[in-house]
Design a protein around this ligand. Structure first.
Ligand code: ACM
Ligand code: ZN
Length: 502
């Protein structure tokens, strides 16, 4: 028997071929109706295969039979998919699994010049429960059509978390009723705007934001594709829009000369003022009500040195709380933020600096970004961890050595091989603390949508396979064979404007 060439990304847990027989796809295939995923499946498969997929009527057997069964042994995201003479069956214990079965079916159908599928049986389920991708919409703004397409592409790769970095020094992107100034005044930057020009957008008025209504629509769009949206409100640094609107939340003293790593001044909230926490309580309450996710990311990264060190109010806080040093003040700050998040019934996620000062309760989740060791340290300290080491998952970093290649380089060059060949659980004893992995797409250099796509793809495809496929089945050479040309043509079909190096 020859093994038919099928190119599924991420590679399923197991594929068994049944002889050399094939199932011919009819011109107008049908799919079981009545399930939450049926209509979406019809729409997506019609777009991807050039055939007119329809919901089956009860009188005739469907080409694709979707069935929810009590137990598959494959978890809520797992599925099995059978192709026989009688047609195609996808079984799962939940809609998430059916949705992923449909994604795999879409890849079996395109590219597929013969219009026939080999008889086979796929049993599939993910390695990690947290399979994330982040997008920074502050440095450059991406409109809701782009965000929808991005989420669609995540879902097609069986990624299930969209970490939406909604606030940073270069624009506040989420409308809030409690503080409407934030979007009214600081969703834009430019010569005559409240926020100064930054990056390539110069003096022009540049920006945008998402209304609460738009955000709710995007949440619904994502949920239909098994994608959870985790919003990020980044504090205490990266808060230029907040301090522009509410300078009374800044530290006291001569602080204007202190700069963040991105060269921004006055972007740090004062840890000594109770008003800071009163502000955050209101923001967190409204964000928690808007997003159904049980998680809110509260940042915690890259606190600029200087303002807290010389602020009398921060000094008073250190004394009153018996804190050892500035690191402990940072821990105190993030632990107070964590309790505000917990008051809303949610779990705080934060970048790995939230472990500084050892004050933040272990119920918080750590996104380890600076290097893999930071994730190991956090896991050893008792935190659940999402591995997002820049050296492998920061797709804003350049993908080739060539100096003309766009992207940052502070953690080296992230080639496609580096995005693929890494092990998120370096120490098996910590396995139960590693929830999963995440890619990040910071937007300093993402001057337009084509550039964003160029940086994300195909490295995101590699990330998806590291997140989904059992480690023992991963092979970079085999991945590349599935990627080119088959999967690249799927990216084109899904609207990816430009893609990077293979
Ligand atoms: C980060 O890249 N500052 C989390
Ligand atoms: Zn202060």
């Amino acid at each position: 028997m020859t093994t038919p060439a099928i190119s599924i990304i991420p590679l399923p847990r197991s594929i068994e071929f049944d002889g050399n027989s094939r199932f011919e796809l009819p011109c107008a295939p049908t799919i079981t109706g009545g399930l939450p995923v049926s209509a979406l499946a019809c729409k997506q498969l019609s777009k991807d295969t050039g055939r007119q997929w329809q919901i089956a009527d009860a009188s005739a057997p469907a080409t694709v039979l979707l069935t929810r069964i009590e137990e598959t042994g494959l978890g809520r995201e797992g599925y099995d998919l059978d192709v026989t003479d009688d047609g195609i069956t996808i079984r799962a214990s939940a809609d998430a699994g059916l949705f992923y079965g449909i994604q795999t079916l879409g890849q079996l159908c395109f590219p597929n010049e013969e219009g026939a599928l080999p008889h086979l049986r796929i049993k599939d389920s993910p390695r990690f429960t947290w399979r994330g991708m982040h997008l920074d919409v502050s440095r450059h703004f991406f409109n809701r059509e782009f965000v929808r397409r991005y989420i669609d592409l995540l879902a097609r790769h069986k990624l299930n978390v969209f970490h939406w970095h909604l606030t940073d020094d270069d624009g506040w992107r989420i409308e809030l009723d409690c503080f409407p100034d934030l979007t009214e005044r600081t969703a834009w930057r430019g010569k005559n705007e409240a926020l100064p020009p930054s990056y390539d957008t110069g003096d022009e008025r540049y920006g945008g934001y998402y209304s609460k209504r738009e955000i709710s629509d995007i949440i619904e769009y994502a949920a239909a594709r098994n994608v959870m949206i985790v919003p990020e409100i980044d504090v205490p640094g990266h808060c230029k829009p907040v301090t522009v609107c509410y300078p009374e939340l800044l530290c006291e003293g001569e602080i204007s000369s202190f700069k963040s790593v991105q060269d921004v001044s006055e972007n740090l909230l004062c840890a000594g003022r109770d008003e800071t926490f009163a502000f955050l309580a209101e923001v967190i309450k409204e964000v928690a009500a808007l997003f159904p996710s049980p998680y809110i990311h509260m940042g915690g990264d890259e606190r600029p040195e200087g303002p807290w060190e010389q602020c009398p109010l921060c000094a008073h806080r250190i004394e009153a709380e018996g804190l050892e040093n500035i690191d402990a003040l940072q821990g105190y700050f993030m632990e107070r933020v964590r309790t505000l998040v917990a008051d809303q019934g949610k779990t705080m996620v934060g970048w790995n600096e939230i472990t500084h000062g050892e004050k933040v309760d272990q119920s918080a989740i750590v996104t380890a970004w600076q290097d893999p060791e930071k994730g190991i340290e956090a896991a050893r300290a008792g935190y659940s961890v999402i591995m997002a080491p820049a050296q492998h998952t920061y797709f804003d970093l350049a993908q080739r050595d060539d100096p003309s290649e766009p992207g940052l380089r502070w953690a080296g060059v992230v080639t496609l091989a580096k995005a693929y060949e890494w092990e998120p659980i370096p120490d098996p004893e910590l396995a139960k603390r590693v929830l999963g992995i995440q890619g990040c797409l910071w937007s300093e250099t993402l001057v337009d949508e084509a550039r964003a796509d160029y940086m994300a793809f195909p490295r995101l495809c590699a990330l998806a396979e590291v997140a989904w496929t059992p480690a023992g089945r991963q092979s970079f050479l085999d991945f590349k064979e599935r990627l080119v040309p088959a999967h690249m043509s799927r990216l084109d079909l899904a609207g990816v404007i430009e893609h990077g190096s293979v």
